[in-house]
Ligand binder design. Structure first.
Ligand code: NDP
Ligand code: MG
Length: 382
């Protein structure tokens, strides 16, 4: 029986991870964490009996402690709680399913403690990929991708020689606004952007998918996970979300992974360290599907993708600015304080004033994040 800790257990990936735990019976849970949703975290504690739990918000942690006194499970608060969950001694693997750069420190701590990582929290790799991959190499821990595209690449690379990769073809659905013009996008409301055609996900990544910033984050994520150049990563729009990504090799052969859009497959594949196990659910029906279509991404209308490629190529602290500005802007858009196209405008603005740091350490990354927030606050939120 393998033991896992889940950072962000109350979110979309977190709850689906627990569905896999429940269905397979092959995993014990050592730590569960939430930002503020203590109602769901309490239910999860009662069902899965972790060795500890943690809540980001202090007052909520105190309330949960009161409510679950009968369980005798310690409840920690704040970043200290998240770090304790990341390093809980009994865990073999940590599932990083928190959203945003908040995941950097716990991910690094979990690696330092020798835990394998099932990585959903892409913002950590985008901003601190060089630190994470180096720490993983030093500690000999494995990083298993949970993101469906990266899991597809991981599956396509099984038994292949990585030095024979020619291109990684990351597929994208194109989101709910595929084919729209900039003029049409100007009027987009929060409700419109929260409607993804194929996947049901947390709010932040759903907005990111609609702007295609998510695909930009995934390009940078792929660069770190598979150690390839940006020129080797191509985005292909495949609106049915049936092909989850592909790898082309030097002989022109292409391996792809296909399936219905269900995050439980990549989650389970990561939990089992790249081994196959039964998973219930719908199967692809090719005759009913009829066709799978492809197109090039529209990088002029969805210029967040272009900005992300550029930020990735520049490297150093630039991807941190790209990511931090996006996190800041998406939060403001969800609060209805800025318009839809302001998201990408804010990213562009933050990137235009940043002085690149070539090899940022953890402190420099977190300071770059804070500086980006301060800048955008002063320029856009007065
Ligand atoms: P959700 O918003 O659904 O869940 C986020 C989780 O993190 C929740 O448990 C939430 O707690 C917790 N959390 C939020 N803010 C904080 C904070 N400041 N401190 C500590 N914990 C916090 O996100 P998703 O599950 O959709 O996404 C999680 C990660 O996985 C993201 O990086 C995303 O890009 C990636 N991902 C998601 C996919 C999906 O299908 N959802 C697919 C591929 C990647 P609470 O519930 O209390 O708010
Ligand atoms: Mg993805």
């Amino acid at each position: 029986m393998k033991t896992i800790s889940i950072l962000g257990s109350t979110g979309s990936i977190g709850t689906q991870t627990l569905e896999v735990v429940r269905a397979t019976g092959d995993f014990t849970v050592s730590a569960l964490t939430a930002g503020s949703n203590i109602d769901l975290l309490e239910q999860q504690m009662r069902e899965f009996h972790p060795a500890m739990a943690a809540v980001m918000q202090e007052e909520k942690a105190e309330e949960l402690r009161e409510r679950t006194r009968d369980l005798g499970i310690p409840v920690y608060a704040g970043m200290d709680g998240l770090l304790a969950a990341a390093t809980e001694p009994s865990a073999d693997m940590v599932v990083t399913a928190v959203v945003g750069m908040i995941g950097i420190r716990p991910t690094l701590k979990a690696i330092e403690a020798g835990k394998d990582i099932a990585l959903a929290n892409k913002e950590t790799l985008v901003t601190a990929g060089h630190l994470v991959m180096e720490a993983a190499r030093e500690k000999g821990v494995c990083i298993y991708p949970v993101d469906s595209e990266h899991s597809a690449v991981f599956q396509s690379l099984k038994q292949e020689d990585h030095s024979k990769i020619s291109r990684i073809l990351l597929t994208a659905s194109g989101g709910p606004f595929r084919g729209r013009t900039l003029g049409e996008l100007e009027k987009v409301q929060v409700e419109d952007a929260l409607k993804h055609p194929n996947w049901s996900m947390g709010a932040k990544i759903t907005i990111d998918s609609s702007t295609m910033v998510n695909k930009a984050l995934e390009v940078i994520e792929a660069r770190w996970l598979f150690d390839v150049d940006f020129d080797q990563i191509e985005v292909v729009v495949q609106p049915q979300s049936v092909i989850h990504s592909m790898v082309e090799f030097v002989d022109g052969g292409i391996m792809a992974q296909l399936g219905t859009p269900d995050m439980k497959l990549p989650i389970q594949y990561a939990l089992y360290e790249g081994k196959r196990n039964y998973l219930g659910g719908d199967r692809l029906d090719f005759a009913a599907l009829g066709q799978i279509t492809f197109e090039a991404p529209d990088m002029e209308t969805f210029c967040g993708l272009k900005l992300g490629y550029e930020a990735g190529r520049q490297g150093g602290s630039v991807p941190t600015v790209f990511n931090a500005a996006n996190e800041f802007a998406v939060a403001r858009f969800l609060e209805r304080k800025i318009g839809y196209l302001d998201i990408v405008r804010m990213i562009e603005d933050a990137l235009s004033v940043h002085k690149r740091i070539a090899h940022p350490d953890l402190e420099a990354i977190l300071e770059t994040e804070a500086e980006t927030y301060r800048y955008l606050e002063s320029r856009w939120c007065r």
